[in-house]
Ligand binder design. Structure first.
Ligand code: C2E
Ligand code: MG
Ligand code: MG
Ligand code: MG
Length: 280
């Protein structure tokens, strides 16, 4: 009987494993083609200054228009590209497209805005990253001081490497922000060792900000310590008036989230921006 039981167990288990491995291989080959065929687009989400209520920048967020599966969010393919290295090519495309868009908006007469682009660990460790970004900036014609590179706390764990890399990026004249801040293990004091311009408070702390738990204290602490360290602060994932009110009272500089708009394609962002300027 044990052989039979074993066979049954095996036969229900193996196809499942096969299917997962197969899906992954399929996704990987789809991704290679997607990069060649540029099946990606960028969605833009505004960052708003809480004092002036002005849009001060946008974050570029990549989307994949999969020919069969439709629009895929980055969570469904970025991790795989980080594992297999395709993120290097995709990341260069994202940087180029974001810089060209920023330049196009400036040429079209929109007020100057920051353009935030997420870097992955693999990119951060890429040989001659600063030179590559410099070339992309030059090709696009976008002034470097409008580019903001978002890294995560985990990328700063090799302190010496991170300090060197960040110094080389700062030499380009770009801004550096720490994304998803608070979810890693870096202390604010350790951040003093890096040439960082901004902290983006992770949306998990902003979510229940006004629900009476410890998140209010966490956000208030990050905001006030960042101010002492002369860092800017952006609250991510802001969805309602109560959160905005709390953040204003704590002197948090900027907010980003569905409260203003979801990430949207460039043409929709232009409409949103013009409409907002007219009604403000
Ligand atoms: P992130 O950099 O922290 O970007 C913010 C994410 O939060 C976006 O998800 C955005 O749609 C979402 N979000 C913004 N406001 C709200 C809100 O009010 N409520 C909620 N629930 N969510 C909100 P998205 O676009 O799915 O991106 C997920 C992550 O994928 C990003 O997190 C970023 O880490 C990564 N990612 C996106 N684009 C790129 C890219 O070009 N390169 C790399 N390396 N990573 C990227
Ligand atoms: Mg980000
Ligand atoms: Mg991120
Ligand atoms: Mg984030």
């Amino acid at each position: 009987y044990s052989a039979k039981a074993h066979r049954n167990e095996y036969s229900s288990y193996a196809p499942e494993m096969n299917r997962k491995a197969h899906d992954r291989l399929r996704l990987e080959s789809d991704l290679r083609r997607a990069i060649d065929e540029e099946q990606f687009s960028l969605a833009y989400q505004p960052l708003v200054n809480l004092r002036s209520n002005q849009v001060v920048g946008v974050e570029a967020l990549v989307r994949w228009h999969h020919p069969k599966r439709g629009l895929l969010p980055p969570g469904e393919f970025i991790p795989l590209t980080e594992e297999n290295g395709l993120i290097l090519q995709l990341g260069e495309w994202v940087l180029g497209a974001a810089c060209r868009q920023n330049k196009a908006w400036q040429d079209a007469g929109l007020p100057p805005m920051m353009m935030s682009v997420n870097l992955s660990m693999r990119q951060f460790r890429q040989h001659q990253l600063a030179e590559r970004i410099k070339a992309i900036l030059e090709q696009s014609g976008m002034p470097p001081n409008y580019l903001e590179l978002e890294i995560t706390e985990s990328m700063t764990s090799d302190v010496e490497f991170a300090a060197d890399t960040l110094a080389s990026l700062k030499e380009l004249g770009v801004q550096i922000s720490i994304d998803d801040f608070g979810t890693g293990y870096s202390s604010l004091s350790s951040l003093k060792r890096f040439p960082i311009d901004k902290l983006k408070i992770d949306r998990c702390f902003v979510n229940d900000l006004t629900q009476g738990g410890s998140d209010a204290a966490i956000v208030a602490t990050i905001t006030s310590m960042a101010k002492n360290l002369k860092l800017k602060v952006t609250a991510e994932g802001v969805e309602n008036d109560e959160q905005i009110k709390f953040l204003r009272e704590r002197d948090c500089e900027e907010a980003q989230g569905y409260y203003y708009t979801q990430p949207i394609p460039a043409n929709l962002f232009e409409n949103w921006f013009r409409h907002r300027s007219q009604t403000a």
